[in-house]
Design a protein around this ligand. Structure first.
Ligand code: UN1
Length: 512
């Protein structure tokens, strides 16, 4: 059995209960309330963390403002070198941090390691980016003039992250924000404060070794109130928020009211179209991993399968057979496929969704339920289930963060695409087909309306090199690879006149 205490020791977490950290300074108002880190694996309280007060928050913002004045003067490739060292530190800590992710959040150990791997990958990506951050040069309409654009850092980037990827999503934002010359304030999910503390220790050590001042990366542990302080604070130039659509609407409205920038990565309702031309064995792996991986708690989890009528029965039978074989239990035991949900509230919403689905006429091919017994004392282990539904059921239109998979039958590809797009969310989508015409139609402007559209790959498990995010209620933001870095910088257009007259644009005459 994994010795969590020794993992915590290795990650430098002792009796950690500070509300905030600016690097080497850990602190917080001693009167503030605490939140407990609860492991859904065994139901134990791992540790507690204080909640930042508004005074704590203010102290952190002041430290980050000071730090920004320094950090922006460091050349971007040098900032990249610090991020490279952060990536190296993550390599050293991959096993311990990955294990803590698995224990605190409940995802499988393999997925915990995979999450840390995403952190390492984004650091590598950011290091390369630190020598790029390209602006364009354009031709001026005026003689002997030069026009170009450059990208400058924004200042403070506020990061609000969710429990399901408690560390990777922070690193996507942080690695890019840092090479762009920004400083960060991170509010992790109150459900996973310890993995956040572990990350802060890892990055603070790298900063210390490089004499990077406190305040370049800051952690504030807190609940919704701290998130609200940040969203309403004009000193925070960009809020990058990952989580539910409800949270995103509130954050987006608050940031929008002060005309700040926000980057929102919210809920998904991801579907795989399984065509009559699909490789069904391959489709099975994509569908099952997508639906039950991370116990259905990825924003890219597969929620709906839209299956062609010709293969519907055969594929449904394959699915049922695979689900019967799933091993549910301790995610740290690598023999298990499915771990627990994050907490009992998540279990209630899973049960509630099953009820609602039945009320609307859903027919369950694999029944759900909460597991009981010695191995499941936390009360958070549930059975992945499958229901035949109609796409317009209210519950099917809604993202439930749990392993409930909905099956929908289709006749034509146009109909399948309409079903796939017929939800409020627009994050990830996929088609399983060996037919070129179908694949291209799905990827075309008449196809999927999502930010991610895959062929012969499931909906989850995106690589960091692409821009990650989606449309409609998913919020429109893009994080991670491609040119997502632009969201973390401000663009400046510069026109330089090296002639000895001052011609005006648009040929306007103005003589004195
Ligand atoms: C999320 O669930 O918020 O594509 C992020 C994936 C992962 C990231 C998911 N690389 O499933």
């Amino acid at each position: 059995r994994t010795d969590i205490q020794s993992i915590l020791n290795k990650l430098g977490i002792k009796a950690e209960n500070a509300a905030f950290s600016t690097g080497s300074i850990w602190g917080g108002d001693s009167n503030s309330k605490s939140i407990e880190s609860f492991s859904p694996v065994d139901g134990k309280i791992i540790a507690s963390a204080k909640v930042a007060t508004s005074a704590d928050y203010d102290a952190v913002v002041k430290k980050s403002q000071e730090a920004f004045n320094y950090w922006r003067t460091i050349p971007a490739p040098k900032r990249g070198d610090i991020v490279r060292q952060f990536g190296d530190a993550l390599r050293v800590n991959k096993d311990t941090l990955g294990t803590l992710v698995s224990y605190e959040m409940g995802k499988s150990l393999q997925e915990g390691f995979g999450e840390v791997q995403e952190m390492i990958d984004i650091c590598d990506f950011a290091v390369g980016l630190s020598r790029q951050l390209y602006g364009l040069t354009m031709h001026s309409e005026r003689p002997n003039h030069r026009m170009y654009e450059q990208w400058h850092p924004l200042g403070i980037v506020g990061i609000i992250s969710a429990f399901n990827f408690p560390v990777a999503v922070w690193s996507w934002n942080t690695a890019l924000a840092l090479v762009c010359g920004n400083v960060c304030i991170w509010k992790p999910s109150e459900k996973t404060p310890l993995t956040a503390v572990a990350c802060q220790h890892i990055i603070a050590k790298v900063f210390k070794e490089n004499d990077v001042p406190e305040g370049v990366c800051n952690l504030i542990v807190g609940d919704r109130e701290v998130g609200e302080l940040m969203a309403n604070d004009g000193r925070v130039a960009l809020i990058s928020a990952t989580g539910s659509t409800r949270m995103g609407k509130a954050v987006g409205a608050a940031v929008g009211a002060r005309l700040g920038k926000s980057l929102l990565e919210l809920g998904g309702n991801n579907a795989i179209i399984i065509s009559e031309h699909a490789d069904l064995d391959m489709s099975l792996i994509g569908a099952v991993f997508g639906a039950v991986g991370t116990a259905g708690q990825r924003c890219t989890s597969t929620r709906r399968l839209i299956i062609h009528e010709a293969v519907y029965d055969a594929f449904a039978a394959k699915l049922v057979k695979a689900y019967v074989q799933l091993r549910i239990g301790d995610p740290l035991d690598q023999n298990n496929h499915v771990g627990p949900l994050i907490d009992k509230d998540a279990v209630s919403s899973y049960l509630d969704s099953i009820e609602k689905c039945k009320d609307e006429g859903g027919k369950f091919l694999v029944e759900g339920g909460v597991l009981e017994g010695e191995a499941y004392t936390s009360g958070c282990y549930v059975k992945p289930c499958i229901a035949e539904v109609k796409n317009d059921f209210k519950i099917v239109q809604h993202e439930t963060f749990a392993p409930i998979l909905y099956l929908i039958k289709y006749k034509t590809l146009d109909e399948a695409i309409a079903l796939q797009n017929g939800v409020p969310q627009g994050l990830s989508s996929a088609i399983m087909t060996l037919n070129l015409r179908e694949a291209e139609q799905f990827l075309s402007f008449q196809g999927s309306d999502c930010g991610i559209a895959n062929v012969n790959i499931g909906t989850s498990g995106a690589e960091i090199g692409g821009a990650f995010g989606g449309e409609k209620e998913t919020g429109g933001g893009r994080e991670s690879g491609s040119d997502a870095w632009r969201a973390y910088m401000r663009r400046q257009t510069n026109t330089i006149n090296y002639s000895n007259t001052l011609p005006l644009a648009q040929g306007i005459k103005f003589d004195l």
